[in-house]
Design a protein around this ligand. Structure first.
Ligand SMILES: Cc1ncc(COP(=O)(O)O)c(C=O)c1O
Length: 410
């Protein structure tokens, strides 16, 4: 990104003006000013119940429907009805798996991964109460990869679901979901993808992913605490509803969305799509809205790679540091979410030593509990130190972090 492009991007995020260095973006990103404005606009002009015949209610209904259309377009859904909105990824996964609990049969197999956030494990494990058999796709202890050969050993004609993350929120690794989808579909199963750590860095294309459901949260993608679950139309149609008995099983997405969605946050989130289109246009793209969004993400990704490379190369010079994840950026298959441990040190001590520098980074297992326990990181270090970069970060911020870390790891 050129300096003027970066200034243009940063001007969209009011909180960046404070000078604080936000490098806990995988925890939660900063919010676009235009998203906050839209939320305020909704609340101060059309905060009424939807679906009534009076004019303000009609205007409110149109705003919420338009938001769903914008979000459906942003993720390349085939139908708007495929978009289920909810408060969080965790909540939506519990809703989804509770719908599945009506159809799961004893002996049905579900595969979860050792690298996932618990949001994409816990709901599946609860299906054991209904007779499901949940198997764990373990991470390779040396390479920290999810080997496809391991998946092949776990797949069987009884596999109903595989649940995996598109990108790990600790390792930063981008997983080959389209390849996994092929293998899962070949045995008659379905694929559920957690895109929470992917969506802030790449344009989600649910159709190209090959997945059957994709879930992510907007508070990591420059918006508020709100989330979406996309599912294939025929799949969602076939599921039992979890809403009131009189909401028909063909009423999508309402049958899977108990209660009201959050109207103002829905309206706010459409501003994320507009931001991406505007950035893509101003970086030189033309064509459809999605083509412009794609161009914005291409520019963002190149910038993030440069920042990640700087931090990873500094970490590589330290003999007492182990990067937990791929040690370098290769062909776009690594997110700028960089975790590490310092030999003989608790991760908390490192992070607390950085806090006074006005830089936000974080320690812990980030609810990838199975991964951090399997690697012995929780016991030895109390979790990893995680630095997570967003496209609005600058090289100066990374250099400030490196100099703070330089003294913290002494
Ligand atoms: C990869 C991943 N999945 C799921 C979640 C959970 O998201 P939510 O807080 O919206 O439930 C997180 C949150 O950190 C995450 O990083």
């Amino acid at each position: 990104m050129t300096p003027s492009q970066l200034s243009q991007v940063r001007a969209e995020f009011p909180s960046l003006a404070s000078g604080f260095v936000f490098l806990d973006n995988a925890g939660g990103s900063q919010v676009l000013g235009r998203v906050a404005d839209r939320i305020r606009d909704y609340l101060t002009t059309t905060s009424v119940q939807l679906g009534a015949s009076y004019a303000v209610s009609q205007a409110a209904s149109e705003k919420v429907l338009a938001a769903r259309r914008a979000i459906a377009e942003m993720v390349n859904a085939v139908h708007d009805e495929e978009i289920v909105m909810g408060g969080s990824t965790t909540g939506l996964m519990f809703q989804f798996t509770s719908a599945l609990s009506y159809v799961i049969q004893p002996g049905d197999e579900i595969i979860v991964t050792e690298t996932d956030h618990e949001a994409n494990i816990g709901g599946w494990k609860r299906l054991e109460r209904f007779g499901a058999v949940v198997k764990m796709w373990k991470v390779n202890r040396e390479t920290l990869e999810l080997d496809l050969a391991e998946l092949d050993k776990l797949l069987s004609p009884r596999t109903k679901w595989v649940a995996m993350t598109w990108a790990s929120n600790v390792l930063g690794t981008v997983n080959p979901v389209a390849e996994v989808a092929k293998r899962v579909h070949a045995v008659g199963g379905r694929l559920a993808v957690d895109a929470v750590a992917y969506a802030p860095h790449r344009l989600v294309d649910v159709q190209a992913s090959g997945a059957d459901i994709v879930v992510f949260s907007f508070y990591k993608v420059f918006g508020p605490h709100y989330a979406l679950l996309w599912g294939r139309h025929e799949l969602l149609k076939s599921l039992p509803g979890i809403n009131h008995f009189f909401i028909g099983s063909d009423v999508l997405p309402y049958k899977l969305q108990p209660g009201n969605v959050n109207f103002e946050l829905s309206h706010g989130c459409a501003g994320i799509a507009d931001y991406l289109v505007d950035m893509g246009t101003s970086f030189g793209a033309s064509g459809s809205r999605r083509e412009r969004m794609q161009h914005a993400f291409d520019v963002f990704a190149r910038h993030e790679d440069v920042l990640a490379e700087r931090l990873l190369s500094w970490l590589a010079t330290k003999t007492n540091i182990r990067v937990i994840g791929r040690p370098e950026v290769r062909d776009g298959d690594r997110m700028p979410t960089i975790s590490f441990v310092v030999h003989g040190r608790r991760s908390e001590d490192i992070v607390r030593a950085v806090d006074p520098h006005g830089i936000g980074i974080r320690f812990g297992d980030f609810y990838a509990r199975h991964l951090c326990e399997a690697l012995g990181i929780n016991a030895a270090h109390g979790g990893v130190v995680r630095v997570s970069v967003a496209h609005y970060n600058s090289m100066q911020e990374i250099d400030r972090l490196i100099s703070a870390l330089e003294s913290a790891i002494q």
